[in-house]
Write a protein that binds this ligand. Structure first.
Ligand code: HPA
Length: 269
């Protein structure tokens, strides 16, 4: 894996990516932040050696490098999901590459369903902690000691320093930002009522991503923060059929708040 990472890194350096400070992962329906990045480097994942290619049509699958609030940003427009059939190693490979390129912080976003019924659709949630309900772990198998320990600590997977910046920024910009626990499931189907009822017992939001990337970031001692855009309310007692188009529409509306928050926090880092 180390050789593959180095080949990807060398390629990206040859394409002009130099000392990025902050890595950003943009989730489903949340790619517009890249319009705010002053950039002349945009690379299709399919051009990058060893990068998996995104299969979900609304994921653009591009790496964007440029300036946002006077910081050097490396943004993934589109991520890889376990339900697409990738291995955990493939899903998290870009995070390792970004860390080798030099990012010091990782900010992630995703679309998620609200299990906590006090959290309304269209609002944002700072992920305070997570539960890995995926049937796999990106650190399974041989450990690469050069990258991190065999048994990484997971007592604080999300940086409290970054989390506080998000909370302060939300207050300043008058944006509702809940805080809660995210449970990652495999998908691709949405949950049954019985599953929502079960998850509600131990989490505030449910989605199909983010946790693998956060586990790998922690393995490499890379501070991270993640925001869920809550696109639907998962009330088992009143559940209507879940429609991906409605989820995307909700994500597009809430995306404006997400962009404001991310820009504000990037400026403060
Ligand atoms: N479940 C899983 N993933 C999701 C949901 C959901 O209800 N909403 C958006 N992503």
């Amino acid at each position: 894996m180390l050789n593959k990472i180095k080949e990807s890194v060398d390629f990206l350096i040859s394409r002009g990516i130099k000392s990025p400070e902050i890595g950003i992962v943009l989730g489903t329906g949340l790619g517009k932040l890249v319009d705010e990045i002053k950039s002349n480097v945009s690379i299709d994942y399919s051009d990058i050696p060893h990068f998996p290619v995104s299969t979900v049509e609304f994921h653009k699958g591009k790496l964007i490098y440029g300036d946002l609030e006077n910081k050097k940003i490396l943004a993934m427009q589109g991520r890889f999901h376990y339900y697409e059939g990738y291995s955990m190693e493939q899903i998290t490979f870009p995070i390792r590459v970004m860390q080798f390129l030099g990012i010091k912080y990782l900010l992630l976003s995703n679309a998620a369903g609200a299990l906590n019924l006090d959290f309304k659709k269209g609002s944002l949630m700072l992920i305070d902690d997570h539960i890995n309900f995926l049937p796999d772990n990106p650190l399974r198998g041989l450990n690469y000691e050069e990258m991190g320990p065999r048994f990484p600590d997971m007592s604080r997977p999300y940086s409290s320093e970054l989390g506080e910046k998000f909370e302060e920024m939300a207050k300043m910009k008058d944006i509702t930002l809940h805080k809660g626990i995210y449970v990652a499931v495999m998908g691709p189907n949405f949950e049954t009522r019985a599953e929502y009822r079960m998850f509600r017992g131990f989490a505030d939001a449910v989605g199909m991503s983010t946790v693998p990337e956060v586990i790998v970031a922690n393995h490499m001692n890379l501070p991270c923060a993640a925001i869920s855009v809550l696109t639907d309310e998962c009330d088992p007692d009143t559940l209507e059929p879940t429609d991906i188009n409605e989820i995307l529409a909700k994500a597009a509306i809430a995306e404006q708040d997400l962009i404001q928050l991310f820009k504000g926090v990037v400026a403060e880092i």
